[in-house]
Design a protein around this ligand. Structure first.
Ligand SMILES: CC(C)(COP(=O)(O)OP(=O)(O)OC[C@H]1O[C@@H](n2cnc3c(N)ncnc32)[C@H](O)[C@@H]1OP(=O)(O)O)[C@@H](O)C(=O)NCCC(=O)NCCS
Length: 434
């Protein structure tokens, strides 16, 4: 598909169906992405591995090209801007899945920035996703100031944690099940199944890109190279069925105190989660376990005899959502109480502007768009598209956004009611970057 933004040509291709003889097109696109994120020029091997993963994810890759380039400049077949999309299920709570339009690899070359390329790409792409019938879009952001203007709101957060596993570490109860060390290569077969079980149970969880399977089995690290120092352990439930894994690395004899870094920890049950942490705490010679991408609400903290063994730092936004269809997004959820709410959504891009009536009966919602402006007299609450996206999963308190001046209550109690409707059954967490 070819479009344009001003003087630039926009062209997309599907990774999965890109013919072998056209892989140079991918190579130039991939180099441009790495340039955008200040990463090194990729080796042929790294490029081949990346293409295999993106084919598996069925990603659509978009490049923005300039017509002609001056002598010595980067070649015209290397895009000046990149954009990638693919579709994975988002767990919207209570086990309900909604296909989400995932946006990734957003870069604009420094010499072409602030000319409206991102704006052009994003508005064209969101409209196309909406026309395809996708009710929600998602991304993770390199900077917090970029995406609010396009109707995206922060829906999940994460943090880094450090756990003191010296003699202080003790759990309040013994989790059921056992843990064994495994060859990380075995996760090639196991990781996706275990992740899927955890994914089904975690509101905010997004289906995983293929990259994770490669990462936890040691076939690639974040530099795209094979990982020789990765270790892995599997948790088995009482019947001997694997229900959790952890992939981890020693931080080296220079670390002070000696520490282990969790590369990925996925548990399908609370026992698997605590059992894997107990295993990590039992590792000899290390006094500290470090984990990035950790949940903000971690049951481990509450299971420790001394909760201060766990120190969280750098809480940050993780998943940003963008509602493309209010009716479909809200009807996809299940609700903990019955009732109704009439609300107005204001959308800077005009994709979901309107007044809506949500009626929940037996935990299932019916949403009607109210076409008659006279009905506005019954409005109970108004919010922007980004604010609706933020509170949608229940991970961001409605009351906090109202107190921040971002949700307007027209009828007393409406903010609390929306908060109750959206209360999740478990802490919201997205454990998959993309
Ligand atoms: C972020 C980036 C993609 C923006 O691209 P761009 O083509 O310069 O953006 P546009 O010219 O379309 O800008 C659209 C709007 O967003 C604003 N904007 C763009 N980048 C922004 C930033 N980093 N912070 C805050 N606002 C930003 C612009 O000021 C403009 O605002 P306006 O509509 O009110 O005039 C580009 O700077 C980039 O590639 N950065 C490095 C890689 C990166 O961070 N990618 C994002 C990955 S999640």
């Amino acid at each position: 598909m070819t479009q344009s933004i001003g003087e630039y040509t926009v062209s997309s291709f599907e990774a999965a169906t890109l013919p072998e003889e056209e892989t140079s097109r991918f190579a130039e696109w991939f180099k441009a992405v790495r340039l955008g994120f200040h990463d090194g020029t990729p080796s042929d091997e790294m490029q081949a591995k990346a293409l295999r993963n993106l084919r598996h994810d069925r990603r659509i890759l978009t490049g923005v090209y300039q017509g002609s380039v001056p002598a010595q400049a980067l070649p015209a077949d290397m895009p000046v801007a990149t954009f990638g999309t693919f579709v994975k299920d988002l767990n919207v709570g209570r086990g309900q899945m909604l296909p989400a339009h995932l946006i990734t690899a957003v870069t604009v070359r420094p010499t072409h920035r602030r000319r409206g390329i991102l704006k052009g790409l994003m508005t064209q792409d969101l409209r196309a996703a909406q026309e395809k019938g996708l009710a929600i879009a998602a991304l993770t952001a390199s900077e917090g100031g970029i995406y609010g203007r396009f109707g995206f709101g922060v829906a999940t957060r994460e943090r880094s944690v450090t756990v003191d596993v010296s003699a202080r570490f003790a759990l309040r109860h013994e989790p059921a099940g056992t843990v064994e060390l495994i060859d990380p290569r075995n996760l090639l077969e196991l990781a996706e199944g275990i992740f899927e079980q955890a994914h089904q149970q975690t509101p905010g969880s997004i289906g995983r890109a293929r990259f994770y399977t490669m990462l936890v089995s040691g076939l690639v690290d974040h530099k795209g190279e094979e990982s020789k120092d990765l270790r892995a352990a599997l948790h088995y439930d009482e019947s001997g069925t694997p229900d959790g894994y952890v992939a981890y690395k020693f931080k080296g004899w220079d670390s002070e105190p000696y520490a282990m870094e969790v590369v990925d920890l996925v548990a399908a049950t609370p026992d698997a989660h605590l059992g894997l942490w107990r295993f990590l705490a039992s590792l000899d010679l290390v006094e500290r376990i470090e984990m990035e991408d950790a949940p903000v609400e971690d049951p481990l903290e509450w299971a420790l005899v001394d909760p201060r063994c766990l120190k969280g730092r750098d809480p940050r936004d993780m998943l940003w959502l963008r509602i493309l269809d209010v009716k479909a997004a809200l009807e996809a959820k299940r609700y903990p109480l019955d009732g109704s709410l009439v609300f107005r959504v204001e959308d800077p891009l005009g994709l979901v502007d309107g007044s809506y009536r949500l009626v929940v009966v037996g935990g299932t919602a019916t949403v009607t768009e109210m076409l008659d402006d006279a009905d506005d007299a019954t409005l109970e609450l108004s919010l922007g598209a980004a604010e609706l996206a933020s509170v949608y999963l229940g991970g961001v308190p409605v009351a906090a956004l109202a107190e921040a001046g971002r949700i307007e209550e027209h009828v007393p109690g409406a903010v609390e009611r929306l908060g109750l409707f959206l209360t999740p059954e478990r802490p919201v967490h997205c454990r998959s970057h993309f």
